[in-house]
Write a protein that binds this ligand. Sequence first.
Ligand code: FAD
Length: 436
Amino acid sequence: MELPKNLNIPESEKPRLVIIGGGFAGITLVKELHKNDFQIVVIDRNNYHTFQPLLYQVATGGLEPDAIAYPLRKYVKQFGQLYFRLADVESVQPEKNLIITSEGILNYDFLVIATGAKTNYFGNKMLEQFTMGMKTIPEALNLRSLILQNLEKAIVTKDPTERQALMNFVIVGGGPTGVELAGALAELKKFVFKEEYHDLKMEDMQVFLVEGSGRLLGGMSEKSALQTKSFLQKLGVQLMLNCKINDYDGKLVHIEQNNPIPSNNVIWAAGVMGAPFAGLEATQAKPSARLLVDAFNRVQDHENIFAIGDVALMKGDTKYPKGHPMVAPVAIQQAKNLSKNLLRISTQKQLMAFAYRDQGSMATIGRNKAVVDMPGFHFKGFLAWLVWLFVHLMSIVGFKNRLATLLQWFSNYVNFNSALRLIIRPFQPQKPKIDG
Ligand SMILES: Cc1cc2nc3c(=O)[nH]c(=O)nc-3n(C[C@H](O)[C@H](O)[C@H](O)COP(=O)(O)OP(=O)(O)OC[C@H]3O[C@@H](n4cnc5c(N)ncnc54)[C@H](O)[C@@H]3O)c2cc1C
């Protein structure tokens, strides 16, 4: 079957700006530029925007997936005559100003790559095969199903060793994702599972948080790290700092200088890397695979190709010589700066270098517990938790989604429970290979 040329997008007098990725960076650029003289085409492999910071709540049954996703076609439509195409971008041919997608080819005048990041397994195929990632909504739903399926299996098994492996949860990576997930799982055990799984000895359910360095929340202050450690320990999470996972075969987690932990639930939150596609290999940083950009987010050696957000690596900023953190505010601010620069290019004005304004960072560890680092000061506890709730709520795209999240959070808070524990689509874990 012949694929449609230019994805059935009509030719136009206006320069065509193709934005690949409807994440934080992509949707901000659309919002900033829609009134201007570009024919804007947004391409994403999903037909929705994902609010990744709350994926862990979907995985632990605190929120419905719909609350953290927003239809990209609806988002784009509100800005008028813009185009959205559901397609996976496979490669770019910069010399022809052309991208190749799963649905056909498309010419561009300007290309913005905002494809974000993907999970980094550091080349370990076993970890990639057997651990659970949590970067997308399908992955979060798989994890939710796996947690519930394994507890159901733990009830019926006669083998105590198997039961323990089904009830051991190992989270790898002590960054915000690992910390938030560990706190949520420990609270599920305390408030929900203890009530509902009375035929299991819930004291046997163990949550391990394994981190390679000597502290949690590497990107945050020492105070936040220590406070988080104390919060998690009070919740019964077993912290394993300075511990490196060597391997996992689907049954045993092998940790350097430690006895292996039997577990059927290993969650990988220990690394991300850029998610570019073929055609720009010469401009990819190693080993992060992020695209090297100049101070204007222009991809090295390409006049009309830009990269913003997690996929971009800008090294020129003296405050961030190794590149900016892979967080939503960087993606949003880069998109805003690029929108101004794209207009400056069309009016032949001098471009403005990107300067990151750090607005602080935060993590929540569970009910009433969070840590917040603002430039110059730190706070923790209930107030920090309220700030965390407010900031996350206001950042979700769409009024209906915000309202759904608020109502769900309120209900979870007053009931110490949520009813979002349905195994609608069972997860089929990969079977460990048997040697010999
Ligand atoms: C679990 C988790 C928790 C997080 N928590 C926080 C937090 O608390 N605070 C914070 O600031 N940041 C957090 N982050 C990081 C934050 O989500 C990212 O920094 C942010 O999403 C980056 O935005 P982006 O637009 O660059 O990429 P993304 O938001 O990842 O968007 C990329 C888009 O590109 C699309 N795409 C990718 N490749 C292709 C392709 N080849 N073809 C077509 N489409 C493609 C994807 O479908 C996606 O829609 C978290 C991330 C995760 C995974």
